[in-house]
Every structure is written in structure tokens, then in C-alpha cells.
Design a protein around this ligand. Structure first.
Ligand SMILES: C[S@@+](CC[C@H](N)C(=O)[O-])C[C@H]1O[C@@H](n2cnc3c(N)ncnc32)[C@H](O)[C@@H]1O
Length: 256
């Protein structure tokens, strides 16, 4: 089996992670959304927290954060980031599709367009039930969604060849897009990296299937789930800003 980019957190940070500037804007919008929903002094669950960029930024604003991620390497990287920033951060290894962390979180976040990767309806039902279990009544759930402007029917192509240097490592990255499955409403993207460090070469390959939802599909989805209401959609830059021009946007749900 090929290694995953998530086995190499430093490489993930260099090539995929949102920039510091974007993360700061996203976290400012998250804090604004919490306040708009009357949530202050909160305890937040960061789902698929990766290397902990949002967790640490939120914790630096005095919010208690718990991270959850399926990758041991990412869990360890987020703990290293927290330690570097002198922040207390609990990070748990687990699966966003099915988890049980007790029920005392005021809010949960799911950032960096990871949510569309849950593409089976049963997994979505299980995911939303898990998040709702974790939240207090009227808890907020903020999900970053890929705008998928290109839709389902794209043809196979190879794109995004680039090389980056991290210390002594030279990293080549390329992506392959495959035609989507219109019946499932999904598209498929394979991301490859080749990490060359002296005589040593490592390759990673991640094969991602993602849903191609428009906001109204998400509205309908939420209506099929027990215990949620849709508060709305907004830009990650600013809770008052429209989503039409964005490549990704926030869906805001409240547990009822
Ligand atoms: C695109 S990264 C996003 C990381 C982080 N939220 C950020 O904004 O940088 C996706 C993360 O999801 C994690 N992940 C993927 N599938 C998962 C699952 N089923 N359960 C928990 N974490 C998962 C990966 O290990 C990775 O850290």
C-alpha cells in the first residue's frame, strides 16, 4: 500500500495546508459565528484537525480545543505545534465517521474541505450523529465545504505539477483528476508526491473521492438528519459575506 501525504505532516503543511493568513481569517470568522450564536468561553472540537493549525489559533484566543484525527502522524504533529506555541491541546486518534467523545462541546469545526470526502449517505448519517452526540443543545457545527465549481463531469487530466524544497528535501507534486461518478454525485482526485532526500526517495499517493454538493443539496441533506437545523452559509473570510465568489465556504448548523 502506498504511503499517504498525511504520513508526512511537514510536507502536508508545505503543499496543502491553508496559508497562515487564510487560517487566521477562518478562525476570526469562526469566533464571530460563535458570538453571533451566543456562544462564548467555549469548548470546541476540531474534526480532522491535521497539523492543528485551526486548533492552535483558536486556543491562542483562549478557547479550549480538542482535536480528532485518524492519522497518528498528524496527531503527533498537532501536538508538536501546540507545544511550540506553549498551548495545552488534547488530540485524540479517531474516525470522524463514528466517534463518541461525551457531550460537552459548545461547537465543532471541520475545516479545509475535508467534509466532502465523506461520500456515502450512511457515513454522513453516522458522522452527523457523532457530532451531535458531542455537542451541547444548540451547539454549533461549522463545516468548510469545497465549492466544486468544476462539477462532476471533468475528464481525466494531469495538473498542478510543481516542485518545492523543504530543507534538504525536494518534493515533486502532481494531481490526476478522473471523471466523476454522476450517479453518486462524486468526483475523484489522486494526489502524488515524490520526496527526494539525498539518496532516499519516498512516494505518496492519495486517492480521494469527494461529493459535489451545491449549497441546496446540503440544505436538503440536513433536513433528512435527526436533530439539526441549518443556520446558513457564509464566506470563510467574513460571516456577513456571500459565498458566490468563493472556492470554499462555511456551512453553519445548530443542534436542536
Ligand atoms: C485536508 S487535511 C485537513 C487538516 C486540517 N483540518 C487543516 O485544516 O489543515 C485532512 C485531515 O483529515 C484526516 N482524516 C482523513 N480521513 C479521516 C477520518 N475518517 N477520520 C479522521 N480524520 C481523517 C487526515 O489525517 C488529515 O489530517
Amino acid at each position: 500500500m502506498s504511503a499517504s501525504i498525511f504520513d508526512y505532516p511537514e510536507v502536508y503543511d508545505a503543499i496543502l495546508c491553508h496559508s497562515d493568513e487564510v487560517v487566521k481569517a477562518e478562525v476570526a470568522t469562526i469566533v464571530d459565528l460563535l458570538e453571533r450564536h451566543g456562544i462564548t468561553g467555549s469548548r470546541v472540537l476540531d474534526l480532522a484537525c491535521g497539523t492543528g493549525v485551526h486548533s492552535v489559533e483558536l486556543a491562542q484566543k483562549g478557547i479550549e480545543v480538542v482535536g480528532l484525527d485518524a492519522s497518528v502522524a498528524m496527531v503527533e504533529a498537532s501536538q508538536r505545534r501546540a507545544k511550540r506555541c506553549d498551548i495545552e491541546l488534547k488530540v485524540i486518534e479517531g474516525d470522524v465517521v463514528d466517534f463518541d467523545l461525551g457531550g460537552d462541546f459548545d461547537a465543532a469545526i471541520f475545516m479545509s474541505e475535508t467534509f466532502p470526502m465523506i461520500h456515502r449517505y450512511q457515513d454522513l448519517v453516522s458522522h452527523f450523529a457523532s457530532v451531535r452526540r458531542a455537542l451541547r443543545p444548540k451547539g454549533l457545527y461549522i463545516v468548510d465545504v469545497d465549492a466544486k465549481r468544476h462539477g462532476v463531469g471533468i475528464d481525466y487530466y494531469r495538473w498542478g505539477d510543481k516542485t518545492v524544497q523543504i530543507g534538504d528535501q525536494q518534493i515533486a507534486i502532481w494531481h490526476e483528476s478522473f471523471p466523476g461518478n454522476w450517479v453518486d454525485g462524486t468526483s475523484r482526485l489522486v494526489m502524488h508526491t515524490r520526496i527526494v532526500d539525498g539518496d532516499k526517495t519516498i512516494t505518496t499517493r492519495d486517492d480521494w473521492t469527494g461529493r459535489n454538493d451545491a449549497p441546496w443539496h446540503l440544505d436538503l441533506l440536513v433536513r433528512t438528519l435527526a436533530g439539526w437545523s441549518l443556520s446558513g452559509f457564509c464566506s470563510w473570510r467574513d460571516a456577513s459575506r456571500d459565498i458566490a465568489d468563493e472556492d470554499h465556504y462555511f456551512m453553519v448548523l445548530q443542534s436542536v
